[in-house]
Design a protein around this ligand. Structure first.
Ligand code: SIN
Length: 275
C-alpha cells in the first residue's frame, strides 16, 4: 500500500502510516523528511523499535544529542547516552515536559528534533500537545514583529532541572546547567521561515530591557503561542512514535494520569545555534 501521510490539523501534525521505521528505504526516508518539513510534527503507530533501531532512526536526521540533565533525576537503566528515558509512575512528583517548551532551549546549540517512543501507557490520558511557532509568529502584528526583531532572551536550564531534582526529593545536582541567549524570533536553518522561540520552561527574561517589560512581553508571547488554533494533540498508543521539530514547535506533556505509569525513550537530534 505504501506510505501515507494524513494531516492532523491544517497547521500542524501528520500521522504517517504504511511504514516500518526499523526498516526504512531511502525513498521512504525522503518522504518522511518532506512530511516533517511540511507538518513539523509526525506521528507513527505500531513501531516496536529496539533501542538500537530507535537510535539508528534518529541518527538518520543528524548526530544525536546527550541531554545535560540525563540521569540527574531519573534512573537511566544503563541505556546508551543517546537515550533519554521518559518515565512517570505513582512516585513521580513532576514529569518531564509538563510545561510548554522546546527541548533544551537553554543549550548553546539546542536540539533540532526529538523522536519519542512510548512503550507503557496509562489506561487513559498522557496525551502530548504540540504548537506551531511559525504560525504564531506570522499572526503577530507588524509593530510587534518590528519590536521583537533583533531582540534576544536568556534561556536557563538550572531553574527547570533543579526543580525536578527538588520535587524528586534528590539533592540538588552540584553542576552548572546550560544558560544561553537566543533570538526571540529565530530563522529556521532549513526552511528559512521565522518562528517564535521563547518558552515558559527555560526562558528567564528578554535581554537588555527592564524586568517588568520583559515579564509582560513574555507573558503576552506565552499566551499567544499557546492559543488552541496553533495546536494539535496526540493520543498515544503502545509503540507509537512522535517526532517534532524543536526549531519551530513547542510541546507540552499532560500529566493527568497519576498514579499510573507512562514510560518510553527519546532520542534527540543535535541542532545549531539559533539565528
Ligand atoms: C518531552 O520530551 O518533553 C516529553 C514529552 C512527552 O512525554 O510527551
Amino acid at each position: 500500500m505504501g506510505l501515507t501521510i494524513k494531516p492532523v490539523t491544517p497547521l500542524i501534525g501528520a500521522e504517517v502510516s504504511g511504514v516500518d521505521l526499523g526498516n526504512l528505504s531511502t525513498t521512504e526516508f525522503e518522504q518522511i523528511e518532506s512530511a516533517f518539513a511540511d507538518s513539523l510534527v509526525l506521528f507513527f503507530r505500531d513501531q516496536p523499535l529496539t533501542v538500537e533501531q530507535h537510535i539508528a532512526f534518529g541518527a538518520r536526521f543528524g548526530p544525536l544529542h546527550h541531554h545535560p540533565a540525563n540521569g540527574d533525576f531519573t534512573d537511566t537503566q544503563n541505556l546508551p547516552p543517546e537515550i533519554l528515558r521518559i518515565h512517570a509512575d505513582a512516585n513521580t512528583q513532576r514529569i518531564a515536559g509538563d510545561t510548554w517548551h522546546s527541548d533544551v532551549s537553554c543549550d548553546f546549540e539546542p536540539p533540532a528534533a526529538s523522536v519519542l517512543k512510548l512503550s507503557v501507557l496509562p489506561p487513559e490520558g498522557g496525551d502530548t500537545l504540540f504548537a506551531n511557532m511559525y504560525a504564531a509568529y506570522n499572526d503577530l502584528s507588524e509593530p510587534m514583529k518590528k519590536m521583537l526583531d533583533g531582540v534576544t532572551a536568556t534561556h536557563d536550564g538550572g531553574p527547570n532541572y533543579r526543580d525536578r531534582a527538588r520535587k524528586a526529593g534528590l539533592p540538588l545536582p552540584d553542576k552548572e546547567y546550560p544558560c544561553h541567549s537566543h533570538p526571540v524570533v529565530r530563522t529556521h536553518p532549513v526552511s528559512g521561515r521565522k518562528a517564535l522561540y521563547v518558552n515558559r520552561a527555560f526562558t528567564q527574561w528578554i535581554d537588555g530591557i527592564p524586568a517588568d517589560e520583559s515579564r509582560s512581553i513574555l507573558e503576552f508571547l506565552y499566551q499567544h503561542t499557546t492559543k488552541a488554533m496553533y495546536q494539535c494533540r496526540f493520543q498515544w498508543s503502545v509503540d507509537a512514535i512522535a517526532m517534532w521539530d524543536n526549531r519551530c514547535t513547542m510541546h507540552h506533556a499532560i500529566w493527568d494520569y497519576h498514579p499510573h505509569v507512562r514510560s518510553g525513550h527519546r532520542v534527540t537530534v543535535c541542532g545549531d545555534q539559533p539565528r
